[in-house]
Design a binder for this molecule. Structure first.
Ligand code: SF4
Length: 701
């Protein structure tokens, strides 16, 4: 128990977890955060979820890295045996001074560049860092390594959404904020579990339902929002395109399209119409696992609404047909004219607290900041002048491609800032072998993660609570984070570390703080033209696009057309493409993976947060009680879950939301890493792996 003391400090900043971007008032006593309260941020209006309210104490955890570490001579990298966090993991390394560690880190990277060329190097930045850190990191890889092999976890979450939105609308960001639910008559949530993964956004959806909006939840699993829904459409895994095309068929066949909107703002309608002819609801109902009458009813509900909005998440994007799934959602929205108005739109709910911003500032292999193609000679020319160095003209490799190249020996060195691919990449045993095969791996992080275990040099970085910088949430709101507590020990700011590496590989940037980096971004990013550092400090949050310093940002986009070549939204008809791996006699279950309310992604930070860890301390697999009965198992029993890639032993949990025949494992538990099991097959456009469906077998261990 604690009481506010007069000596306590109160600092306004943000929540370090999800893309909702809640503003938080932190109470600090004696250099430690002791409480977090929801502030009046535009995205949360004083609300917080369990992670924001209780998940802050990882910043003070004794496992924090406080000194640079260098691999001990003669200690081999063992990708097969990663000890639990703590002393045993740390024993593979010795402490070093910053000078020594930076010198080894930079020398190893520069040697590979000079010997084998920039294409032999790669970098993973982080969506947990600020826009300024992400910008500087991609600049380092492009200008210093001379390669575009730079990516981050967007590749594992919404890369397929970005690909489809860029193609269809000419812009990858949300068309309306999640609060637009308040003005909607119909809300579709598909392939997303906002009550777990974006809990404060879910409260706005629940408020809208209370006001009278009709909610449709579409997902192979039921969820906390299901009981608020008019329709819970529990469809067969991987059948998204079939289901959505059947809805589009119904809308077109029953004459429910907005023809005036289509004539003014849409191209490709005739092609869509002919392609969609095969998706008659009565013919595809069995394939979808949804009655034709329900498909038709949901289609009519959406099409005839005055205002309707669609939210989606990884359940849509993490498939080999993830881009097609999003193309179908865009088509639904465009043919009904449900875009560009209040209460309407398309909103891919972003995962990490800065995955939107990290993508915007160019932490992607194929584009510079503001999504300008690296393959466009005029754009490259401009950046060569702006940064004063020659740049590579080849689009870089993506996350999984980089790991594959490391395994194959063509990528030889990597710099990883704040990401944990040893836990987050599909087929993690393969990913770990790839990381271990690197000649030189530099990891910059706040804990000795599973990825850091395979490093040559580990650089102790700043946690969210020690940073100043801007973060962009799922609503396109750029918000200012302020340092809440000092850094522990000899840990350093990520911005400082990146600049030290840059200097040691031959770049001279002087010394830039976050404000100076923001100014540099401002010089090339039209999207933030109306924002200055001073304005962000003053207002705390500004939405982009924002043309002028004295104008508000634009919440709702595309009321008067799209930023495509023709100014029209482009329909891209989709065909059914089955998941890469479906159940068979040897592997009769469907495995799906994702997040849970109390933990965050690979668990690197949330499992170091005391209350979150106490709430969910043990790795669990969730199964329907009927599945458990068939396995003659009880909740709490240890089950062995295997796929063609690996096996984990994990505790069973009964969960009626999971359909019979499916198992769900969150990917945050190192002791039963879900990604040892997942399929690395990629969506051809978004290059995102199929985390949501693979074939598995389950037995009592
Ligand atoms: Fe943090 Fe997201 Fe929860 Fe808000 S909803 S408190 S941003 S985890």
């Amino acid at each position: 128990t604690w009481k506010i003391d007069d000596e306590d400090r109160h600092v306004r900043s943000l929540c370090p977890y999800c893309g909702v971007g809640c503003q938080v008032d932190y109470t600090v006593r004696g250099g430690r955060i002791i409480a977090a309260d929801g502030a009046a941020g535009p995205a949360n209006l004083y609300r917080l979820c369990v992670k924001g309210r209780f998940g802050f104490d990882y910043a003070h955890h004794p496992d924090r890295l406080t000194r640079p570490l260098v691999r001990r001579e003669g200690v081999a990298k063992d990708p097969g045996q990663i000890p639990p966090p703590g002393e045993e993991r740390r024993a593979a390394f010795r402490e070093a001074s910053w000078d020594e560690a930076l010198e080894i880190a930079a020398r190893g990277l520069a040697a590979i560049r000079d010997r084998d060329g920039g294409a032999a190097l790669a970098g993973f930045g982080s969506a947990k860092g600020s826009n300024e850190e992400a910008y500087l990191f991609q600049k380092l890889i492009r200008a210093g390594f001379v390669t575009n092999n730079v990516d981050h976890c967007t590749r594992l979450c919404h890369a397929s959404s970005v690909a489809a939105l860029m193609e269809g609308l000419g812009s990858a960001a949300v068309t309306a904020p999640f609060m637009a639910a308040k003005d909607a008559d119909v809300i579709i949530v598909i392939g997303s579990r906002p009550a777990q993964n974006h809990p404060v956004a879910a409260t706005f959806i629940k408020n809208a339902v209370k006001r009278g909006a009709k909610l449709v939840v579409m997902d192979p699993r039921r969820q906390a929002l299901s009981r608020h829904a008019e329709y819970m459409v529990q469809f067969a895994s991987g059948m998204d395109v079939v289901l959505l095309n059947a809805m589009i068929y119904t809308i077109i066949a029953e004459g429910l399209t907005d023809n005036a909107y289509i004539a003014r703002h849409v191209e490709g309608f005739e092609e869509l119409k002919s392609k969609i002819a095969a998706f008659v609801p009565e013919k595809v109902a069995a394939q979808c696992g949804v009655e034709a009458a329900v498909i038709r009813a949901v289609a009519r509900l959406y099409a005839t609404a005055k205002r309707a909005i669609i939210y989606w998440g990884m359940g849509v994007s993490q498939h080999v047909h993830g881009t097609d799934n999003v193309r179908a959602l865009i088509a639904l929205s465009l043919i009904c004219g449900h875009i560009g108005r209040e209460g309407c739109g398309l909103h891919p709910l972003r995962g990490q607290n800065n995955v939107q911003g990290a993508s915007d500032v160019g932490l992607i292999p194929m584009v510079y900041p503001d999504y300008k193609a690296v393959s466009d000679p005029a754009v490259r020319d401009m950046y060569q002048r702006y940064w004063g160095v020659p740049l590579s003209d080849s689009p870089g490799l993506t996350v999984v491609e980089i790991i594959n190249a490391a395994r194959a020996g063509t990528i030889k060195g990597m710099y990883i800032m704040g990401e944990n691919p040893a836990m987050s990449d599909p087929d993690a045993a393969h990913a770990r072998q790839g990381l271990a095969a690197l000649e030189h791996l530099v990891v910059q992080d706040i804990f000795l993660t599973e990825t850091a275990w395979l490093a040559d040099v580990i650089l102790p970085a700043s946690s969210f609570f020690e940073k100043e910088g801007t973060f962009t949430n799922t609503n396109r709101q750029v918000q200012m984070a302020h340092p809440v507590v000092p850094m522990p020990g000899d840990a350093r700011q990520d911005l400082w570390i990146v600049q030290q590496i840059a200097r040691r590989i031959g770049l001279d940037w002087g010394e830039m703080d976050a404000a100076a980096v923001f100014d540099e971004m401002h010089g090339v990013m039209a999207s933030i033209k109306g924002m200055s550092w001073a304005r962000l400090q003053r207002e705390g949050a500004v939405t982009y696009p924002c043309a002028r310093e004295d104008a508000p940002g634009q919440d709702i986009l595309f009321g008067d057309g799209f930023p495509t070549k023709t100014g029209k939204g482009r329909l891209a008809p989709t065909d059914f493409c089955a998941p890469d791996e479906l159940p068979d006699d040897d592997y009769p279950f469907i495995l799906t993976t994702g997040r849970m309310l109390e933990h965050w992604h690979t668990g690197a930070i949330s499992r170091h947060a005391g209350i979150l860890h106490d709430l969910e301390p043990v790795a669990v697999v969730s199964l329907n009680p009927a599945t458990l009965r068939r396995l003659e198992a009880q909740p709490g029993d240890t089950l062995r879950v295997g796929t063609r890639r690996g096996v984990v032993d994990i505790q069973a949990r009964a969960d009626r939301d999971v359909p019979d025949g499916m198992v769900f494992i969150p990917f945050c538990f190192y002791e039963a890493a879900a990604n040892l099991l997942t399929n690395p097959k990629l969506d051809p456009s978004g290059k995102i792996p199929e985390f949501k469906v693979c074939a598995a077998k389950v037995e009592k261990a």
